[in-house]
Design a protein around this ligand. Structure first.
Ligand SMILES: Nc1ncnc2c1ncn2[C@@H]1O[C@H](CO)[C@@H](O)[C@H]1OP(=O)(O)O
Ligand SMILES: [Mg+2]
Ligand SMILES: [Mg+2]
Length: 316
């Protein structure tokens, strides 16, 4: 996702760059979960269409790297906890994306999962910033448990460049609403709800995690699923394949592009308290309808994972 921001920490106040240099219909663009339209200012970046071409090329190359790596023996290590995995392919893909973009656009900034893990500060400034998750679903990737992130490639609408497990988060504002959520369920008893577990597995955290799931299962809902990829799960909300998503413990690179896609599809993305999404807060609720989002918010007991911008080890 390429991202310009006036406010440092609030996704809802980010500025939106128009790829086509068309005026953007602000009131259809970033409606937040509260029904407000928080985009405060728009600007146009002159080389944006060039960015798009470059990003498509990199996404394809990165996809090839992951595709060949999935068949090979992997060197797996852990980061913040034993369940927070990383492979050479994660590093290779992030390095490929950042080095190519940095060469091409020296003034751009980067927030990348593996760079952050290596100690680079996770800082969202006014400068155009690429937010990169080199492989989303690394655990799936390690186990060859494929959750295919197939190309959602459309020359006009929000673009989510993805090849297998490689995701280049990329924002491509449109606002025309071509991709509306087809499933607009308001009744939670007919909802399929998605979540991910998060890295903390201590008994107290697991009690809260399971308690949240129990509450949602006993609504009753149609079910709760864990598919191993936060981003893909969020995109299932955009496509209408599931009605809601919630998670504590994901990162800005898991949410950034998917939040745009969900909003473009007419869904809502918000904080787990029901307030506006804070991209750095490591928590999110998303849903096709406000009614279901509100229901989910009311069931949740919080798990504290700290913030991406101030707690780099992620285990505050
Ligand atoms: N610390 C962590 N440990 C495990 N998964 C994490 C995580 N932080 C975010 N996730 C994300 O949660 C989902 C798995 O439950 C994946 O989307 C994974 O993204 P990742 O594969 O890019 O790390
Ligand atoms: Mg991820
Ligand atoms: Mg990742």
């Amino acid at each position: 996702m390429l991202y310009g921001s006036r406010r440092r920490d609030r996704f809802e106040c980010s500025e939106v760059i128009d790829v086509s240099c068309r005026p953007l219909p602000v009131n259809t663009l970033h409606q937040d979960g509260t029904g407000r339209f928080p985009v405060t200012r728009l600007f146009v970046m002159e080389d944006w269409s060039d960015c798009l071409d470059v990003a498509v090329q990199i996404a394809r190359r990165a996809g090839q790297v992951v595709q060949s790596a999935v068949k090979q023996e992997k060197q797996v290590s852990s980061k913040s906890t034993p369940t927070d995995l990383v492979t050479e392919a994660d590093h290779q893909v992030e390095e490929l994306i950042i080095s190519t973009l940095r060469d091409k656009y020296p003034s751009h900034r980067f927030i990348g999962e593996e760079s952050s893990a290596a100690g680079v500060k996770c800082e969202l400034t006014d400068a155009p910033t690429w937010i990169i998750d080199p492989i989303d679903g690394t655990c799936n990737f390690v186990h060859r448990y494929r959750n295919h992130h197939i190309l959602c490639l459309n020359h006009r609408v929000n673009m989510f460049l993805s090849s297998q497990h490689t995701i280049l988060h990329f924002q491509f504002p449109h606002g025309g609403g071509e991709h509306r959520i087809c499933c607009k369920e308001r009744d939670v008893s007919k909802a399929l709800i998605l979540t991910e577990i998060g890295a903390k597995r201590d008994p107290a955290t697991l009690d809260i995690f399971l308690g949240n799931m129990k509450k949602l299962l006993s609504a009753p809902t149609h079910g709760v699923r864990i598919i191993g990829s936060s981003t893909l799960a969020l995109c299932h909300i955009a496509s209408g394949a599931a009605e809601a998503y919630y998670q504590y413990g994901l990162h800005c690179w898991d949410i950034a592009a998917a939040a745009v896609i969900i909003r473009e599809a007419g869904g809502c993305v918000m904080d787990t308290t029901g307030g506006p999404l804070d991209l750095m807060s490591r928590r999110v609720v998303a849903a096709g309808t406000r009614e279901i989002a509100d229901y989910v918010v009311k069931q949740l007991q919080p798990i504290n994972y700290g913030r991406d911008d101030t707690d780099p080890d992620g285990l505050a």
